[in-house]
Each structure stands twice: as structure tokens, then as C-alpha cells.
Design a protein around this ligand. Structure first.
Ligand code: HEC
Ligand code: HEC
Length: 234
């Protein structure tokens, strides 16, 4: 290659990549308002963002690529664990992550702030960001795999309890539904085996039970995991 050829390769290469870069930047800016649906940026979303900063959640968590990598990415956390799931984890992290080697501190976030945080996470989660982060991508991973990646370290049973609808009716530490009894001390009276049996067929154990069977809702393994988790609560 002569010096002249090298010069032209350099020049054309630099100009064309600069042009692509500038065009892509312009194109992104043009779409930001639509992709992030700015119209839904309510006062509550802003309040949630303030709470996120006040408690330095970013020190451990990442949103849209900013933040620490010690704890799970929260960009799609509403889609992953649901509103009740977030409420429970932020309110009682010592309970939610009891069996995890990683710890999240209880910062005594107020109920109002948690509600604002949920609005903020919902807004962030709905931003069209080309399916980022990959662990929450429905296209790339199965639901089970997403959970494994997102929650490395959380007891699988606790994860099942938080994501499979139990909290619609049951509470732990005051968070969750009230249709069924609070289960904070369930392990004191029931073994894992008894809980497993009950959850599979509530009416078989107690004919008057108002709890629907969870047999079709959960896999056999999930039923065992959640029973084992509940049996540790005493
Ligand atoms: C000192 C680090 C730290 C701080 C600060 C922190 N967290 Fe966490 N958080 C964690 C860890 C670690 C986990 C995951 C525990 C595990 O799964 O083993 C977690 C998990 C979560 C989860 C569940 C994520 C999932 O996918 O299951 C939510 C929601 C959450 N944190 C919200 C918050 C919010 C909101 C704040 C700020 C008010 C916050 N965290 C502050 C460390 C932290
Ligand atoms: C639609 C609401 C609903 C859902 C969903 C639900 N439960 Fe229940 N559950 C109840 C009700 C109501 C009771 C009380 C039974 C009765 O009527 O006597 C109960 C009772 C229980 C009990 C026995 C408590 C006791 O003190 O005897 C356990 C254990 C339990 N549920 C676990 C679970 C688990 C685990 C899940 C999720 C996989 C779950 N439940 C989902 C409504 C629900």
C-alpha cells in the first residue's frame, strides 16, 4: 500500500464514520420525546426520581446504564417483580433478601416515597430502549432464566412468593394483600410438607378454605420452593 492509498483510506474512513455517528446522534435526539413518552412525565414520576436520588439507590442499582452493578438493574423492575413486589422489597429488604448473600439496607423509605418510586420505575420501564437490559428481554430469555439472572442470590422460594401472585392475597411484614392471612409466622405452625400440601389443594386440607389451588399456577419445583421458604418464617 502506498502512502497515498493509506491517506485516502484514513480520510474516507474517518469522514464516513463521523457522518454515521452524527446522523445516529441526531436521529436519537429526534426520537427521544417519543421513545421516552415525555407526556407521561408526571409530578409523581419526578417525585420518585427525587426519592431515588435522596436514598442513593444508584450506589448499588443501575437504571438505563447509570449506577452501580452490585445489585440488580432496575430499568425493568416493574415488569419483573410488579408493584407489590417493589413495595415489599423496599419496605422490608431484610425479609425479602433474608437468604441472600447480598444485602440491601432498610432505609425506612416512607409509603408515599415508595408509591412515587413505583411511578418512576414504571415510567423508566416503559421507555423504548431497544430491549435493554438483556436479562429482562422477553425475546432473548425465558421467564425462568430472567429470574435467575435478575435475582442471583435470592432464595428461589422467596422469589416465587413475590412473583407468583401469593402477595395479591397474603402479606409479609405488613406488605401485600389482606384477603388471606398474613404469613409472617406460618412456619411456626406448619412444616414445609404441610404447606406444600395445602397450597396444592387447600380444600383437600380444609374444605371451607377460600384459597384457590395453586397447582396449575406454579410448577412442582416452585411449589416445593415456596413451601420451603414459608416454613422458615417463624
Ligand atoms: C447498599 C446497596 C443498596 C442500596 C443503597 C439499595 N439497594 Fe436495592 N438491592 C440491593 C441488593 C444487593 C439487592 C438484591 C438482593 C438479592 O437479590 O440478593 C437489591 C434489590 C432491590 C430490588 C429488587 C430487584 C429485583 O429484581 O428483585 C428493588 C426493587 C430494590 N432493590 C430497590 C431499591 C431502591 C428503591 C433503593 C433506594 C431507596 C435501593 N434498592 C437501595 C442493594 C441496595
Ligand atoms: C386468591 C387469594 C389467594 C392466593 C392467590 C393465595 N392464597 Fe393462600 N390463602 C388464601 C386464603 C383466603 C387463605 C385462608 C384459607 C381459608 O379460607 O381458611 C389462605 C391460606 C394459605 C395458607 C395457610 C395459612 C394458615 O394459616 O392456615 C398458606 C400456607 C398459603 N395460603 C400459602 C399461599 C401461597 C404460597 C400462595 C402462592 C403460591 C398463596 N397462598 C396464594 C388466599 C390466597
Amino acid at each position: 500500500m502506498t502512502k497515498k492509498t493509506a491517506f485516502w483510506i484514513f480520510l474516507i474512513g474517518t469522514i464516513s464514520s463521523a457522518a454515521v455517528f452524527l446522523w445516529a446522534t441526531y436521529d436519537t435526539h429526534r426520537q427521544v420525546a417519543t421513545l421516552s413518552h415525555v407526556d407521561k412525565l408526571s409530578d409523581q414520576v419526578v417525585a420518585g426520581k427525587r426519592a431515588f436520588e435522596k436514598y442513593n439507590c444508584n450506589d448499588c442499582h443501575t437504571i438505563l446504564g447509570f449506577g452501580g452493578y452490585y445489585a440488580p438493574d432496575l430499568t425493568k423492575v416493574v415488569q419483573r417483580v410488579g408493584e407489590e413486589g417493589i413495595r415489599y422489597r423496599v419496605k422490608s429488604p431484610e425479609m425479602a433478601f433474608a437468604n441472600s448473600p447480598r444485602k440491601m439496607p432498610n432505609q425506612h423509605v416512607t409509603d408515599q416515597e415508595i408509591t412515587d418510586l413505583v411511578a418512576f420505575f414504571r415510567w423508566v420501564g416503559e421507555i423504548n430502549n431497544n430491549d435493554w437490559p438483556p436479562q429482562d428481554s422477553k425475546k432473548r430469555l425465558s421467564r425462568g432464566e430472567q429470574m435467575m439472572v435478575a435475582k442471583v442470590g435470592v432464595s428461589p422460594g422467596a422469589a416465587v412468593f413475590q412473583t407468583k401472585g401469593c402477595m395479591n392475597c397474603h402479606s409479609l411484614k405488613g406488605t401485600g394483600g389482606t384477603f388471606g392471612p398474613a404469613l409472617d409466622k406460618i412456619g411456626a405452625g406448619m412444616s414445609a410438607e404441610e404447606i406444600g400440601k395445602y397450597v396444592r389443594n387447600p380444600k383437600g386440607v380444609n374444605p371451607g378454605s377460600k384459597m384457590p389451588s395453586q397447582k396449575d399456577n406454579l410448577s412442582e419445583r416452585e411449589l416445593d420452593e415456596v413451601a420451603r421458604f414459608l416454613a422458615t418464617l417463624k
